[in-house]
Design a protein around this ligand. Structure first.
Ligand code: GCU
Length: 659
């Protein structure tokens, strides 16, 4: 029985799956072969497209020939791969499993008319990694400081509201469908900071998670849960959560067995332990491998995985102490544990050593633990990149990270054997992501997780073609004009040359150059009257540069070879230091801040010119956000330029207005 396509609630944007995106498929004759729950999803999709566009879909060959044949039967393509070919007027998609067939259908949808032209040799497509996950930092109860969604800029949670499950499963199904269409296959449904109400999702509230899992399953999306390391104490009433204690191990085994009774295809646990106040194994003198392996052992009989986060650092630092370096922390904590993690334990590493700043080097932990399976975590929710009020398409940044080669042979995209993870930017906002153009980040993440070496611009082309079917050339050009360079524009008007932070403490929106400078969080820029930046060299600094393999350790060690965009991350330099660009650091700061604002003005102008080419609601929402982006960009420019002018006393070569 075919599964009906979920209908988004009235007023919810179809994002990259408007019905017109299915025109090419829907106008044709399609044969679907095979039996599997996800084949019914495929059938539902094609049937709905045919209903709209006049085509026909059958399950048994009778009145061929067909334009499109989608069928199970191929061997060796894995659960998610598919093969596609075209000859004699028929496009054929074959897969070994239902998920593969669903991805194959969405591939045909992306191709549009091109899927039905000419003949082409068989191509096979397989995801680079088995896990492509979104972590929702959604709280069940509204947190007094962080609200319903921690670092969420897209309204409330899709899953939870005011302490209970929202129960809007139609919307959750629609979400799963969007995720499948870009290749995401796993969702962690609650925040990594597990508070009291959220902890209970593991036990007496597992039924609410099971409802979400049921809604996501038809689109091949598995459900994961963030759990508290202290669960045996707070939920089980045990006196300890010591990972080596037998009663603790038994408790986790039992709790996990009950999770699988409720959700047979449950993906596993995500754990933030000994990090920013969350409980962890350190309290018992145990290692993070002991902690991770405890949960891995509970999950192992059921085929689940524990994603253990490597975001472990001292958040109670003394700013006077320049030897402690937060950037070093993940490597220092975890590298000695290489080889100690169970096979179903994945170490989830943020892509940079600090915390999703607009520019960071790639974490030296990635590639440094050959006997451990790393997952690489990026942040789609724009905590530090404009909070979905600013346009900041992160595709180019993620692609740079994924192509980085910690050592000669393998790049990050290949090393991420535990998968790719993004902190989700979606919520109950009618546009899903608050800023309608931030949908491009969600889509791009999914596609890069499927194929980390994909060209981000080509992914953006796909997103444009799906989201705006029949887009006239000026619209596609306009979207590229405002999105392509938006990450670099954001970088220009915010914290310079890789130094990071300089944000308002707490909520992290808008500039405050010294906001975190004398705080305990380990996030400093060390600007004084002579210079700025953090000396992380091995020779005279914190030694962080030495955590990289060659050639990176050598390249970053010297201020002469360190790339300009990371100079202040690795070195403390005088304002008169001349960059490779030929400019002094101080002049670079002034110039980029003026340029960044001009680029926002230009993007706002381009967007205004697209008024007749995109729907009115979407146009107005983006236009309104451009006003805020411009206001904020000017504020950043003036705060940063004035701060450094006053500190350094060096005037702008071009005599522009600095306060
Ligand atoms: C950042 C963010 C927190 C989040 C943390 C994490 O520090 O500001 O809200 O909990 O990252 O990734 O765990």
């Amino acid at each position: 029985m075919s599964l009906p396509v979920p209908v988004p609630p009235e007023g919810v944007d179809p994002a990259w799956l408007p019905s017109a995106a299915f025109r090419a498929v829907g106008g044709r004759r399609t044969l679907i072969r095979g039996s599997d729950p996800l084949v019914e999803t495929v059938h539902g999709e094609v049937a709905e497209a045919c209903r709209r566009f006049g085509g026909r879909v059958v399950r048994a060959a009778s009145d061929g020939p067909y334009d499109l044949v989608l069928g199970l039967g191929a061997d060796g393509l894995g659960e998610e791969g598919f093969a596609v070919a075209r000859s004699g007027g028929t496009t054929t998609v074959t897969a070994s499993g239902g998920r593969g067939l669903l991805y194959g259908l969405f591939h045909v949808v992306r191709l549009g008319e091109a899927a039905f032209r000419g003949d082409w040799a068989p191509e096979t497509h397989r995801p680079a990694h088995a896990l492509r996950m979104l972590d929702h930092w959604d709280n069940v109860a509204v947190h007094p400081v962080m609200g319903q969604v921690e670092r969420g800029y897209a309204g409330g949670s899709l899953f939870w509201e005011d302490g209970r499950a929202r129960g809007e499963l139609g919307r959750v199904r629609t979400y799963g469908r969007l995720l499948a269409a870009c290749g995401v296959n796993a969702v962690c449904v609650n925040n990594v900071n597990v508070h009291a109400a959220e902890a209970r999702l593991l036990t007496d509230r597992i039924g609410e998670v099971a409802d979400l899992a049921d809604a996501l399953r038809p689109y091949g999306v598995r459900t994961h849960l963030s759990v508290s390391f202290a669960a045996p104490i707070v939920l089980g009433g045990l006196p300890t959560a010591d990972p080596l204690d037998v009663s603790v191990r038994d408790w986790w085994a039992g709790a996990t067995r009950r999770v699988y009774e409720a959700i047979p295809d449950f993906g596993g646990y995500v754990v933030k332990a000994d990090s920013e106040g969350q409980p962890g194994p350190f309290a018992y003198g145990r290692s993070h491998a002991d902690g991770a392996n405890l949960l891995a052992a509970a999950l192992e009989p059921h085929g689940g995985t524990v994603h253990w986060r490597a975001f472990v650092y001292d958040h109670r630092q003394d700013w006077r102490d320049r030897t402690t370096d937060r950037a070093r922390a993940a490597y220092d904590h975890f590298v000695p544990l290489d080889g100690e993690f169970a096979a179903n334990a994945v170490l989830q590493v943020k892509h940079g050593p600090m915390d999703f700043q607009v520019r960071e080097p790639v974490s030296p932990l990635i590639g440094a633990m050959p006997s451990t399976r790393p997952a690489v975590e990026v942040q789609a929710t724009q905590e530090y990149t404009g909070q979905q009020r600013h346009v900041c398409w992160l595709g180019p940044m993620w692609s740079e990270v994924l192509r980085f080669r910690p050592e000669q042979d393998l790049c990050v995209g290949e090393l991420a054997r535990g998968g790719l993870v993004a902190v989700s930017n979606a919520g109950d906002d009618p546009f899903w992501t608050g800023h309608p153009l931030a949908q491009a980040n969600l889509y791009t993440f999914g596609r890069l997780a499927w194929r980390p070496d994909a060209e981000p611009r080509a992914v953006l082309d796909e997103w444009i073609a799906l989201t705006f079917p029949d887009a006239p050339a000026p619209l596609a050009d306009g979207l590229h004009a405002v999105l392509d360079g938006s990450w670099r524009t954001y970088e220009k008007y915010t914290a310079p040359l890789g130094v990071g932070w300089m944000v308002q403490p707490g909520h992290h929106y808008g500039p405050s150059v010294d906001g975190y400078e004398y705080s305990p969080w380990g996030t400093y820029h060390f600007a004084d009257r002579d210079g700025v930046g953090v000396d992380r060299s091995a020779a005279t600094g914190t030694g962080y540069a030495g955590q990289y393999a060659k050639p990176w350790s050598e390249l970053y060690e010297s201020r002469d070879t360190c790339p300009d965009e990371l100079l202040l991350f690795f070195h403390h330099v005088p304002y008169g230091h001349v960059l490779k660009s030929g400019k002094t650091v101080i002049q670079h700061i002034y110039d980029t801040h003026f340029e960044g604002v001009q680029e926002v003005e230009e993007a706002r102008r381009v967007w205004a010119g697209l008024a007749d080419l995109v729907g009115q609601g979407r146009h107005a929402r983006v236009a309104e956000r451009y006003e805020e982006q411009l206001r904020s960009a000017r504020e950043w420019r003036d705060q940063i330029n004035s701060y450094f002018f006053r500190k350094s006393g060096v005037p702008d070569e071009r005599g522009r207005r600095i306060y």
